[in-house]
Design a protein around this ligand. Structure first.
Ligand code: AGP
Length: 620
């Protein structure tokens, strides 16, 4: 987590860094800080607890001059969120300043060694150890800063994306990465470094994705961009050739476009984002799905005796839905694993297993580690990711990008529906190839997929009504969400959305499990959201609703248009258009996203940046 941004060039660095921090704030917002070397060669550091706006207020009357600087927005790991622990951190002599995203696992050992050498520490962070170690290495080995960085990083266990300023070299910015993302932007006589491309996009579309254990030295020449301006080496000093890529990201994708929150904008974008995800893949006229990541690696899927899906949070819920689809259409056994458990429980992985990693950000540390483990055992890795060029797709053997554009709200919405679409397409491709799905069924679902964007548009028409009745539920301390089959993961996803943005405790259960415990919680105080489209085990779910009503629970039901039965007994119903059962999650999840959103807004919560969370969990 944490966001880092750096600038070196001809312009004033401070406004570029502050704007960059706002874009990266989704990665953490416990504190923010900036370091600048001004025209007089002074290294100034300003820090504030809380959001970037607090840093701006603090620095308003300070000297923010300088054309080189680094800045950081923090999601606290080591040390509470306060000003002292905020980045950037000085070295002992206050000559160097560092920002860091990641975790230095052996920081305690390194710190003890440095303390014995007389080094003192101001903060409780692991990051301060790193900058002290770099300075100590430079002084003791009599080497330049790049070499000191390389040597220090050789001693480090853990993950890092760092950027360093040296007061004595105001024309040089050094950065490095291992396990945490780092991208370099190349402008006209100016360079940017950042955790992702969002702070860079308005200045340049030329970028370099820095690889693990690489150190980049940026030194703009006076005239125009020269190859010698960028030097990339490994921490063992192997010289690398920079590979410049074109950025596919536009500024308008990063703005709210008239919506009060990114989350609402992203919910409303779903008809378009799903059309984008399917474009060039689902061909309704030819009744066909073409998924290049599958076509190029067909044999691996056809010979797979098992598929393991690994992911976290919302992506894990998408994986659970995929389990239903892959087992139904492709008849391959599927296991769905939390990445954080999978990587540590010595799982049995065979060479003929296919491992599907699902991640919006493509940087989730546990999912990355899970696929590293699976890859080391010879499994074939297929990833479903949104962020192009992120670590997970780069480590995978093949995959499918969801192409929904940047998702900025911390609560995942449009990424989820696109993951479900991508996984459904994959299940259908495998099934058709294996002939485990009838041609009739395949064609019906392909045609129905083409209808999904319009059907989501119809569900979005319920926004106002959901907003109205959401007000009724702000009193609630707890919610239960129930669903069955394909909609059981939707119930869990609805509960997660509510928890993370409204801070109301919520649990999602398979509806039939209610009798085995959760029913004890039902009372007139307890709202129960039941996902009950007219398919699969509909009648059974109706019985569950009766059981809740018999105990005075308040029922909010998601039903298929024209439903008479549930509408008569539920307190509130939201309708979705009829569709194929495997596609119902794409429609039923929309009212749950809106319900969580409206409850959070009425409660006055920070919808886009809920407390304690970060968009991309790049620490274990
Ligand atoms: C979703 O609303 C969450 N913020 C979170 O659960 C998220 O889905 C999870 O951290 C996984 O992220 P990823 O998809 O980027 O790997």
């Amino acid at each position: 987590m944490c966001g880092i941004v750096g600038y070196i060039g001809k312009r004033k660095a401070y406004p570029i860094l502050i704007k960059g921090l706002h874009r990266l704030e989704y990665r953490g917002y416990d504190s923010a800080g900036v370091a600048l070397i001004n025209e007089q060669g002074q290294l100034n550091i300003y820090k504030a607890k809380g959001k970037v706006s607090q840093l701006e207020a603090f620095a308003a009357d300070k000297d923010t001059g300088g054309t080189i600087g680094i800045a950081h927005t923090r999601w606290a790991t080591h040390g509470e969120p306060n000003t002292v622990n905020a980045h950037p951190h000085y070295s002992e002599s206050e000559r160097l300043a560092i920002i860091h995203n990641g975790i230095i696992e052996n920081y305690a050992v390194l710190k003890a060694g440095l303390m014995q050498e007389g080094y003192t520490f101001r903060s409780e962070t692991d990051t301060e150890v790193l900058v002290q170690l770099i300075e100590y290495t430079q002084l003791n080995k009599h080497v330049d800063l790049k070499t000191a960085v390389q040597l220090a990083l050789q001693q480090v266990v853990g993950a890092y994306a760092i950027a360093i300023l040296d007061k004595d070299h105001p024309n040089t910015l050094i950065a490095a990465r291992k396990g945490s993302p780092l991208v370099v932007g190349i402008g006209e006589n100016e360079y940017f470094v950042a955790s992702d491309a969002t702070p860079i996009v308005e200045y340049t579309d030329q970028v370099i994705y820095i690889e693990d254990e690489e150190v980049v030295v940026l030194k703009p020449s006076a005239v125009s961009h020269q190859p010698s301006d960028i030097e990339i080496t490994t921490i063992n000093n192997v010289v690398k050739t920079p590979e410049i890529k074109r950025l596919e990201l536009s500024l308008s994708q990063l703005e709210k476009g008239g919506y009060p929150h990114f989350m609402l904008k992203e919910i409303f974008e779903q008809p378009r984002t799903l059309a984008d995800s399917m474009r060039g893949r689902v061909n309704v006229r030819q009744d066909n799905i073409a998924l290049s990541g599958f076509i190029d690696n067909k044999e691996r899927f056809l010979n797979a005796s098992r598929i393991i899906i690994t992911a976290c949070g919302t992506s894990w819920h998408a994986g659970l839905i995929a389990m239903y689809a892959i087992e139904e259409f492709a008849q391959i056994p599927v296991e769905v694993e939390y990445s954080s458990e999978f990587r540590y429980r010595k799982p049995v992985i065979h060479k003929d297993d296919v491992v599907i990693a699902i991640s919006q950000s493509g940087e989730t540390a546990d999912t990355l580690a899970a696929i590293q483990l699976a890859k080391s055992k010879g499994a074939f890795i297929f990833s479903i990711c949104n962020v192009v060029g992120a670590s997970i797709p780069r480590l995978s053997d093949s995959g499918c990008y969801t192409h929904v554009g940047p998702e900025i709200g911390v609560a995942s919405t449009k990424a989820f529906t696109a993951q479900v679409v991508a996984l459904t397409m994959l299940a259908l491709c495998i099934g058709r190839e294996k002939k485990t799905i009838s041609e009739d069924k395949y064609l019906t679902i392909v045609r129905e997929l083409g209808q999904i964007p319009d059907k989501i548009e119809r569900v979005l028409n319920s926004n106002k009504r959901i907003g109205d009745f959401a007000k009724t539920f702000t009193y609630a301390q707890n919610f239960i969400y129930l669903g069955r089959g394909y909609n059981y993961p939707v119930a869990m996803e609805g509960a997660l959305k509510l928890k993370e943005i409204s801070y109301i405790h919520a649990e999602g259960y398979p509806a039939a499990e209610m009798k085995h415990g959760p029913i004890a919680l039902i009372s007139q105080e307890m709202p129960v959201v039941v996902v009950a489209p007219h398919c699969g085990t509909y009648e059974k779910v109706v019985s569950n609703i009766q059981e809740i009503k018999a105990r005075q629970g308040k029922v909010i039901a998601i039903v298929t248009e024209g439903d008479q039965l549930v509408s008569r007994i539920a307190d509130y119903t939201i309708e979705i258009p009829a569709t194929e059962e495997c596609l119902t999650p794409l429609l039923t999840v929309i009212p749950l996203q809106l319900l969580a959103y409206h409850i959070a807004v009425v409660k006055g919560c920070d919808v886009d940046q809920p407390r304690n969370l970060a968009k991309s969990v790049t620490v274990e």
